[in-house]
Design a protein. Structure first.
Length: 253
């Protein structure tokens, strides 16, 4: 009887302890910014206002989102989009969006003015607050030359050692719906993926993807700019990034 009683008490105390920790744990996902449009404006004006450099190519841009210097980038497609930056979902919206029923099959709210039902990103955005919050999470959004964003699409990141750059001196390689980013971007990409999986149950990496991101996270350590970016986003979004805080030596207790 003592053994059973002891186990019960231990279980109860563990539950209370867990609940207490959970109740006092910092918020680790976006709960305040629903609008993707607002998210982009906040990033431009409040995060990248003094560090206007794109993720993949290191191109510089103005507060009007126009590319100032391409830093060796060159390309032949999407020429209009190449003139401006766009805000790239490092973890593509499709990767987590497909976990929402509205994305896959639609929702009763998703009917256009002609009575035709629709699904996909548009429907998920209309019908799900949870999706909107994930889509607008500032930690997963980075500036990219528009044409690079277009080329990358929703392709997963892998290593493509036998391929050549598709963008001149910007060593971004794309082949068979896969993308290999330049070394300069790999650490930031890895930590964005690790954050999204940590923060949201709706997003899970494959085993191979998680292994690659863990390797990049280790090989390409956090930079002072990443830590500053993290601090600015935490202030705006009022949520904490446990992955980045750990890498930057910031306590979340």
């Amino acid at each position: 009887m003592k053994s059973v009683f002891s186990c019960v008490i231990t279980s109860v105390m563990a539950t209370i302890s867990f609940q207490s920790i959970a109740a006092h744990s910092p918020v680790s996902q976006n709960k305040s910014i629903e609008s993707f449009s607002k998210a982009k404006k906040l990033l431009l004006k409040n995060v990248y206002h003094d560090h206007r450099t794109t993720l993949y190519c290191g191109a510089s841009f103005s507060l009007k989102k126009a590319i100032d210097s391409y830093n060796g980038y060159s390309g032949t497609k999407y020429k209009k989009r190449a003139k401006r930056i766009e805000w790239e979902h490092v973890v593509p919206a499709q990767n987590f969006g497909q976990s929402f029923t509205a994305w896959r099959t639609g929702d009763k709210q998703c009917v256009n003015n002609k009575g035709k039902a629709y699904k996909g990103r548009r429907c998920a955005n209309k019908s799900s607050k949870e999706y909107r919050l994930m889509q607008a999470d500032l930690y997963n959004l980075f500036p990219a030359i528009g044409s690079v964003n277009a080329y990358r699409s929703n392709f997963n990141f892998v290593m493509l050692p036998s391929e050549k750059s598709d963008f001149g001196a910007c060593d971004m390689r794309i082949e068979n719906k896969k993308a290999q980013p330049p070394k300069r971007a790999r650490g930031q990409i890895a930590r964005a993926y690790l954050y999204m999986e940590d923060a949201y149950k709706k997003f899970k990496m494959s085993t191979a993807q998680r292994k690659l991101m863990a390797a990049w996270d280790k090989k390409y350590p956090v930079t002072p700019w990443e830590c500053e970016r993290n601090k600015r986003i935490e202030k705006l979004q009022k949520s904490n990034n446990r992955i980045m805080n750990k890498r930057c030596g910031i306590s979340t207790s």
